[in-house]
Design a protein around this ligand. Structure first.
Ligand SMILES: Nc1ncnc2c1ncn2[C@@H]1O[C@H](COP(=O)(O)OP(=O)(O)OP(=O)(O)O)[C@@H](O)[C@H]1O
Ligand SMILES: [Mg+2]
Length: 290
């Protein structure tokens, strides 16, 4: 008899259907991209399209890690503190969905496992958020939707300097990719292991949802990024290329010293004058007079 060759996603889909029909509770079955590669990795990047199962995989990993490592110190960073609370902890695929014995102190943004492992939530939206990562030390860090974090570089650097507990501190990055320079650097780093998936690789999304998303976005640039998890470089129609944007970033202090202020500046950290091109010209002239 000819054997049926199913992809892992199709196999998971069939198993899910069988368990549903038999009225069995769904079993935790990780998809291939939700399992970190074997070996002594220090950084795992899980890139997937929207709904590809990133949060589920990372939350599951964090919970397993905490259960296996009493007293572990874990940081959970998301683009905002609210995202960390709502998605990483309380969300449908968040940590509490895997372990009801974890106590969550919402006001302190802290998770406590019965074995004294502890998780702390951080945002990465403002310079103050980035500063909160100065001081605490961790064994494990989960950076959720890293490519969407506004204060990314400073948050990453502060986190990285505090990732120093135990003999093998680790970081997991779960994100839909965007062409952020840090993400590209990390993907090129030999210390990084990567797993990838598209939205279509998650059989736990309802078929009709996947079909509709692909009907709306397949073949578009947004579809390539948000469903296909491709890192897209510049839009050929864009007025400014990413190279120009990155090259135009100056420190706030330098901008202030040049006596310049404009509406397009971000308030703190590095500033990029993008919104008003005349302003950018003035900034450049101001800086070149320094
Ligand atoms: N292995 C799995 N077993 C059962 N359900 C899963 C599994 N992986 C993902 N799911 C479910 O699929 C849905 C999408 O997963 P998840 O939220 O983790 O995707 P995501 O990639 O984080 O999405 P987004 O890009 O929107 O953040 C969730 O409802 C989640 O519970
Ligand atoms: Mg998610």
């Amino acid at each position: 008899m000819k054997s049926l060759k199913l992809s892992p996603a199709q196999r998971a889909s069939v198993e899910l259907e069988i368990r549903k029909r038999r009225r069995l509770a769904p079993r935790i079955t990780l998809l291939p991209h939700q399992i970190p590669p074997d070996g002594d990795w220090v950084r795992w990047i899980l890139l997937s399209g929207r709904g590809g199962g990133k949060t589920y995989a990372a939350a599951h990993y964090v919970d397993e890690y905490a259960r296996a490592n009493p007293g572990a110190r874990i940081a959970i960073i998301a683009p905002t503190l609210g995202d960390a609370r709502k998605t990483c902890v309380e969300g449908v695929a968040g940590i509490l969905s895997f372990n009801r014995n974890v106590k969550f102190n919402r006001s302190w943004g802290e998770l406590h496992w019965p074995n004294e492992a502890q998780g702390t939530l951080f945002g990465a939206h403002t310079p103050d958020d980035a500063e909160r990562l100065r001081g605490p030390q961790h064994h494990l860090v989960w950076f959720e939707e890293m490519a969407a974090a506004r204060e990314l570089e400073d948050s990453w650097t502060n986190m990285r300097l505090g990732l120093r507990l135990g003999d093998r501190p680790r970081v997991i990055i779960s994100t839909t990719p965007k062409p952020r320079p840090l993400l590209k650097r990390l993907l090129d780093d030999p210390g990084t292991v990567v797993t990838r998936a598209t939205t279509a690789d998650n059989p736990y999304l309802h078929e009709s949802v996947r079909t509709e998303l692909y009907r709306l976005y397949e073949g578009t640039r947004i579809g390539r990024q948000e469903l296909g998890a491709e890192i897209l470089d510049d839009n050929p129609d864009a007025l400014w290329t990413r190279e120009v944007i990155e090259a135009s970033r100056v420190s706030r202090v330098a901008a202030m010293n040049a006596g310049l202020q404009c509406r397009g500046f971000r308030k703190m950290g590095t500033v990029t004058c993008l919104t008003i091109s005349r302003c950018r010209g003035r900034l450049m002239r101001g800086l070149s007079r320094q």
